[in-house]
Ligand binder design. Sequence first.
Ligand code: ZN
Length: 142
Amino acid sequence: MSFPLDETDIAILETLIKDGRKSFRQIAKEIKVSTPTVKIRYERLFSMGIIKSISPILDMKKLGAKMDLSKSSIKSPRKTIKKIDSNLHVKIKCDYCDRKISEKPSILKVGDIQRFFCCPSCRVLFQDKYQRRIKALMNSQK
Ligand SMILES: [Zn+2]
């Protein structure tokens, strides 16, 4: 099962990579969607294993701070942190075909975002599929 990422997902990832301590409300304001939308997308990205891939940038302290800021939109921040923790040990999934990456991922840098792929051809296919969207997003953000 795989979900295609849309502009909102990409925008959330981009903004989180710039500053992982942002609350859902801050993200929502920045990318001009509703706070519940950010929360739903964020959780979905987590379940997809995509947000996990930026976790080496964030330390758990910062992650805790972010969760604290967004506690109004998360019923149980502690539970969420636990979920993040367990996700840290989950293998990276290919951003294109959603298969688990067992060895060294093929990495594509999109601005500040690193995307991971199981093989170079998935990377190329992803690039083809999202290049225009990603470019448009980056231009509209500045
Ligand atoms: Zn793949």
